[in-house]
Design a protein around this ligand. Structure first.
Ligand code: IPE
Ligand code: IPE
Ligand code: MG
Length: 242
């Protein structure tokens, strides 16, 4: 019999980042359109927010739409954008009730104007909340984030506001979209793919990685607990010795 996990005894990662993958395959297995997988995936993402907070996770960052996902069909991209639109509005009440602070990372300037507005509204309305820090990556690509950060940094150097000698890791980090977040302790990817697909390349330099074959729409609190348990077995040395 499998040993029962006693979550109370575990060291809980402060920041968990998730690459939610496998929606399309989940739908295909059920002979449904890919969009049905995304709809179910969105429900799971909302549930995982509550579950993460229950476990004591303080920061949850999810990959919802990458800079590369525009390559998908117009229908699929449109549906994903509509799901995000709906979330930005429907979650206002729930975030207030659950004290969740929402942030969106990624290049928002390429999103439809109404979506940008509802993102700004949700960020603003939740900014004083002290519960879960929930970050959604939309039109996010790690390389794109780094290039945008370099441009902001270069402008400061050009204007004489930043000395080249004062550029260090902390200074560079302050230009990233994630500048208010700690680095992820644990990165989870569902659906069996063993790659990071341009998600938080700078930030995950010392994260632990947990890969599972479970497809995102089937992911639940038990699976999250398994990932946390795996994290507990890792020996994080950060380059030192123990
Ligand atoms: C992840 O599921 C969701 C997004 C990338 C938006 P996929 O849509 O990539 O599902 P698979 O990988 O095709 O199964
Ligand atoms: C990564 O999944 C992006 C998101 C989960 C939003 P993809 O399905 O787009 O990544 P690849 O194509 O398998 O690398
Ligand atoms: Mg995929």
């Amino acid at each position: 019999m499998a040993k029962k996990i006693n979550i109370e005894e575990l060291n809980i990662p402060e920041h968990v980042a998730i690459i939610m993958d496998g929606n399309g395959r989940w739908a295909k297995k059920r002979l449904l359109p890919r969009t049905a997988g995304h709809a179910q995936g969105a429900r799971v993402a909302e549930q995982i927010c509550d579950d993460a907070w229950d476990l004591g996770i303080k920061y949850l960052t999810i990959y919802a739409f990458s800079t590369e996902n525009w390559k998908r069909s117009e229908e699929e991209v449109g549906m994903l954008m509509n799901l995000l639109r709906k979330y930005m509005i429907s979650s206002l009440e729930k975030c207030a009730k659950n004290n969740v602070r929402v942030r969106v990372i990624g290049d928002k300037t390429k999103l439809a104007a109404d979506l940008q507005e509802s993102i700004a509204n949700l960020e603003e309305k939740t900014k004083e909340n002290t519960g879960l820090n929930f970050t959604i990556a939309i039109n996010y690509g790690g390389r794109d984030e780094i290039v945008r950060a370099v441009k902001k940094l270069a402008a400061k150097v050009k204007d004489g506001e930043l000395e080249i000698d004062n550029i260090d890791e902390d200074a560079f980090n302050s230009f990233l979209d994630t500048n208010e977040l700690p680095y992820p302790d644990l990165m989870i990817r569902t659906s069996g793919e063993l790659r990071s697909s341009n998600f938080l390349p700078w930030q995950i330099a010392y994260s632990e990685f947990y890969f599972t074959d479970v497809l995102w729409p089937d992911f639940d609190k038990k699976e999250l607990e398994k990932a946390v348990e795996y994290y507990n077995k890792r020996d994080r040395r950060f380059g030192g010795t123990k």
